[in-house]
Design a protein around this ligand. Structure first.
Ligand code: UD1
Ligand code: CA
Length: 475
């Protein structure tokens, strides 16, 4: 293979600077671990790098390194991101110098991202990398801000060429009036970065090794190119307000995408994670939360206030208001809620009905079965066409282990029944209301555990008379 071919295949590497503490989060948890739409902040640049097929992807970690690394492995798999530790945060230039260590001897373009800048688009980063490659230069990302306070300002010469970046704290009054800021995102040849970051000096207002010093170096060498972005796209997360503002922006984008073929009754008042899928003609109510691997089928309706985690909702199924589900499957045409709770391992077949105040866990209900009111079904297999009466409880836990209940096709469970597991109710068996079932019920049998009913005639009058006499005696 020629050198050219090798380059074309794999000539983009990515460094993600993520060692900072995030002081302004006032959090026991590292800023990089705070989730936006269920995804840790630090994963956003990793996902961009993966989209661009950058390899290797190197993250420079410091604060809570072990926890951040664990989160990266959990989300992206072992070995996807190479971690370099920066024990002391001596500045962005120092971080890049350390991050280049795993790239020793590697030639190609390096994209530098921040762990706390999650909204950059693939298009913007592609344009940045292209610019750097085209001129063999340093490409920087800049934005015009109405309030540039706190950012490094881009200094341009008479011909409009970027010649340097000056940090707020080092800037003159005149420089502070510049509104074009450095987003802190760069693409550059690896060789240039190695050489330029090898000779940085901490002689500045913050006593840090500024990565921004490489811009002046490039201006007199390989050249500087710039790509501009909107203020929104370059937004970094420094505090919780910014975190939520970004979450809202991302959520709006996601919902906007699905709104082409699904109806959102109040698109501003829902939370939909990026991993969710929503099929055509679905209808999503107000204050609905859809998370994780949730899939909403064709024409399904998720009413107001439902919280749906990792749940597949089949075509035409309905979750009535305030239903909460996790790791469950709701079959096509099924109807759930209001106020139902489907816990992990619930599988509802087609046209099943699960009504209000019903909780299920590790439970399967077959086609057309119903549990409509006030019921707990745990570790239970329910066949097809079963009716589970109001107030039925599976007693699945004996204080030591969980045990199974099986209710076969066509069985009828009367109201207020306790099924003490392990137990089986046979096909088309009938359990009379108020039963406590402690042994298997045969197919087609009636199970009744009631104390025989007794009636005492004239009882009410007798009691009334007794109390009337007592009252008369007192007077
Ligand atoms: C930096 C730029 C500034 C730019 C701004 C954009 C420098 C000197 N300044 O500002 O021109 O306008 O970004 O947001 O580069 N980090 C490390 N190790 C360190 C220091 C920082 O990993 O030693 C990481 C942080 O976790 C963060 C990123 O680098 O993800 C940027 O650090 P931050 O302190 O926010 O940048 P500034 O110096 O404020
Ligand atoms: Ca910052």
């Amino acid at each position: 293979m020629s050198r050219g071919q090798m380059k074309a295949k794999n000539d983009l590497a990515c460094l993600i600077l993520a060692a900072g503490k995030g002081t302004r989060m006032y959090s026991a948890r590292a800023k990089m671990l705070h989730p936006i739409l269920g995804v840790p902040l630090v994963s956003y640049p990793v996902e961009r790098a993966l989209e661009l097929r950058a390899s290797p992807i190197v993250a420079v970690l410091g604060h809570q390194r072990a926890e951040v690394e664990e989160a990266l492995v959990a989300r992206h798999g072992q070995g996807t991101v190479t971690v370099v530790e920066q024990t002391e945060q001596k500045g962005t230039g120092h971080a890049v110098r350390l991050g280049l260590a795993p790239l020793r001897g590697w030639e190609g373009t390096v994209l530098i991202l921040y762990g706390d800048v999650p909204l950059l688009s693939r298009e913007t980063l592609t344009a940045l990398v292209k610019k750097s490659r085209k001129g063999g230069s340093l490409a920087i990302l800049t934005a015009e801000l109405s309030d540039p306070h706190g950012y490094g300002r881009v200094i341009r010469d008479g011909q409009g060429r970027a010649v340097g970046v000056v940090e707020e704290k080092d800037a003159s009054d005149e420089q502070r009036r510049i509104r074009e800021v450095n987003a802190g995102i760069y693409a550059a040849p690896a060789a240039f970065l190695r050489q330029a970051t090898g000779r940085l000096s901490p002689r500045n207002a913050q006593g840090e090794l500024y990565l921004t010093d490489i811009i002046a170096k490039a201006a007199t060498g390989i050249g500087v190119a710039s790509v501009s972005v909107s203020a929104e796209e370059m937004a970094g997360i420094n505090d919780r307000q910014q975190l939520i503002a970004v979450e809202k922006i991302l959520c709006r984008r996601i919902v906007g995408g699905w709104m082409k073929h699904a109806t959102f009754r109040d698109p501003e008042a829902v939370l939909v994670e990026a991993s969710v899928t929503i099929d055509a003609d679905a209808e999503i109510g107000r204050n609905v939360v859809l998370r994780g691997r949730t899939k909403i089928g064709v024409g399904a309706r998720i009413d107001d206030g439902c919280i749906v985690n990792d749940t597949e909702v089949g075509a035409g199924a309905v979750l009535l208001p305030y239903t909460v589900t996790s790791q469950s499957i709701v079959g096509p045409g099924a109807k759930v809620g209001p106020f139902a709770h489907l816990r992990p391992g619930t599988e509802l077949g087609p046209d099943v009905h699960v009504g209000n105040y019903v909780e299920t866990k590790k439970t399967r209900l077959g086609r057309g079965s119903k549990a409509n009111h006030l019921t707990y079904l745990g570790d239970t297999i329910v066949g097809e066409g079963v009716n589970v009466g109001a107030g039925t409880i599976t007693c699945n836990y004996n204080g030591y282990e969980k045990r199974q209940t099986i209710i076969e096709d066509g069985a009828f469970i009367g109201s207020d029944t306790q099924l003490v597991a392990p137990v089986r109710v046979g096909k088309r068996a009938v359990v009379a209301a108020g039963a406590t079932i402690t042994e298997d019920i045969r197919d087609g049998a009636l199970a009744i555990t009631r104390v025989p009913l007794k009636q005492v005639d004239g009882y009410a009058d007798k009691v009334a008379q007794r109390y009337a006499e007592k009252a008369a005696a007192k007077r």
